[in-house]
Design a protein. Structure first.
Length: 467
């Protein structure tokens, strides 16, 4: 009897010891196992917004993002250089090396298409569906984000490329509008006539502000003047290579040459600021604000710059679409690289970018208007309500300089061609000779970059939205 009890007691003790040992072993194994790697909560993002107004606008979106994703670290990589002239080379290098960021700023349209064609981006159709963007983003802008049936970017804004910024005090002093009419109705030659008059009356100021340090603002001027002078069809045919570039008498060739002659005349006659090779776009805008230049032809991010610098509308600056019945569209957007290191965080960012809240905050500061038509803002300036209305009623064409319609390689060639032309004229070459050289170089660039094949099979009418 006692022996059975002793055995049972002993067995109980053994079982308890076995359980204790098993638990201890389990704890030791758990503690000595390598821990699962912590998932990085980062957003690696590249953009080129560093100037006044731009920087504050993107910071506002970052703040909205961090309110919802407090544990995410934003690794921001701002690359100075308007229109992404510098950043694009950095991005192509990262993509080619297989080390992309989570997202990067890109112009919707042809610029975006080049990344898609290279296989560097993945579709974001799910973001568009989730946010219902097809119901609130106009078809023109949808087509600039959609290739092969898939969306590849989420647009945050719409900018207008073709705007004449002017100093109201100078215009009033010289009676410009009384003498020459509303700038919204001017043609290219009226603009030249006004500039000559300003120089005659006020030789101490530049009739037209210009910045050529980073080249692209000069091409931007060419873009706007080509639309003004040639109209939507000639503009689109040129930037897509859909014309007979071997025939000097082709209407597109004739219009382009006439624009080059006018730009050359501005240089030859000293109708621009002499320090233009030293200036960035925002420094040229400052000349108008400061009363050192009368006019500036540039995009409406200039409004954001003026607002950020507390410049008074109606005193230090005013704006007029040039011309009013054409709206050259560009849109900044963000995408999702195929090898993004933090995909879900990148998608979270895209949801914020496409939200009403972000588009309200961003565009109020930036000088642009929302990509979403269901966002209504109380703008602090009279310019943007006008351009928001024009977005619905004017003829829309995509900006070439800002990635909307043409090949980046062709735009880069044109930057160099126009800069060389201006330099040659500044150092004594005649306007005619410099324009002829530029025309020959443009023809070669069309061929060498394969421009006519970029939108092969797509009619030029595809790029024109008529009211």
């Amino acid at each position: 009897m006692h022996s059975h009890k002793a055995i049972s007691k002993t067995m109980g003790i053994v079982i308890i010891l076995v359980v204790i040992i098993a638990v201890l072993v389990g704890i030791i194994v758990y503690l000595t196992q390598p821990s699962a790697p912590q998932v990085e909560r980062k957003l690696l993002i590249y953009h080129w917004w560093t100037a006044g107004g731009e920087k504050e606008a993107i910071n506002a979106v970052f703040n909205i993002f961090l309110q919802q994703y407090k544990d995410v670290e934003i690794v921001e990589n701002p690359v100075a250089g308007g229109a992404g002239a510098v950043m694009k080379a950095v991005i192509w290098g990262l993509l080619a090396a297989g080390t992309p960021p989570d997202t990067f700023q890109v112009h919707a349209g042809g610029e975006l298409k080049e990344y898609v064609d290279a296989g560097y981006l993945q579709p974001v159709d799910d973001i568009w569906r989730e946010l219902g963007l097809e119901q609130v983003i106009p078809p023109t802008l949808q087509s600039m984000c959609k290739f092969g049936g898939h969306y590849y970017a989420v647009p945050i804004n719409v900018h207008r490329s073709n705007v004449l910024w002017y100093n109201p005090k100078i215009f009033n002093e010289l009676g410009i509008i009384e003498k020459y009419g509303d700038p919204r109705t001017w043609d290219m030659y009226k603009l030249l006539e006004v500039a000559r008059y300003i120089k005659q009356q006020r030789p101490d100021i530049a009739p037209l502000a210009l910045a050529t340090r980073t080249k692209w603002p000069l091409t931007h001027l060419f873009e706007d003047l080509l639309a003004l002078h040639g109209g939507p069809e000639i503009y689109v045919k040129f930037w897509t290579g859909q014309f007979n570039y071997n025939d000097p008498n082709d209407p597109v060739n004739k219009a382009v040459r006439e624009v080059l002659i006018v730009i050359g005349t501005f240089i030859k006659e000293g109708l621009v600021n002499s320090n233009h090779p030293e200036l960035e776009w925002d420094q040229a805008a400052a000349l108008v604000m400061q009363g050192k230049a009368a006019m500036y032809i540039h995009g409406d991010w200039v409004a954001g710059y003026f607002i950020a610098n507390n410049a008074k509308y109606g005193e230090q600056w005013a704006a007029a679409p040039l011309p009013k019945n054409i709206f050259i569209v560009l849109s900044d957007s963000f995408n999702l690289p195929a090898k993004a290191p933090h995909v879900e965080i990148a998608k979270a960012w895209l949801r914020i970018v496409g939200s009403k809240e972000a588009q309200e905050s961003f565009n109020l500061i930036k000088g642009s208007i929302p990509a979403r038509i269901d966002v209504t803002l109380n703008y602090p300036d009279p310019y943007r309500p006008e351009t928001a209305q024009d977005f619905k009623t004017a003829t829309l064409i995509p900006s070439a300089v800002h990635g909307g319609i043409t090949k980046e390689a062709f735009v880069t060639e044109l930057h160099n061609i126009l800069t060389s032309m201006v330099t040659a004229i500044s150092t004594g070459t005649s306007v005619e000779d410099a324009a002829n050289t530029a025309m020959a170089s443009i023809k070669a660039a069309i061929v060498n970059t394969g421009l006519p094949n970029f939108w092969k099979g797509v009619s030029f009418e595809y790029f024109i939205t008529r009211p």
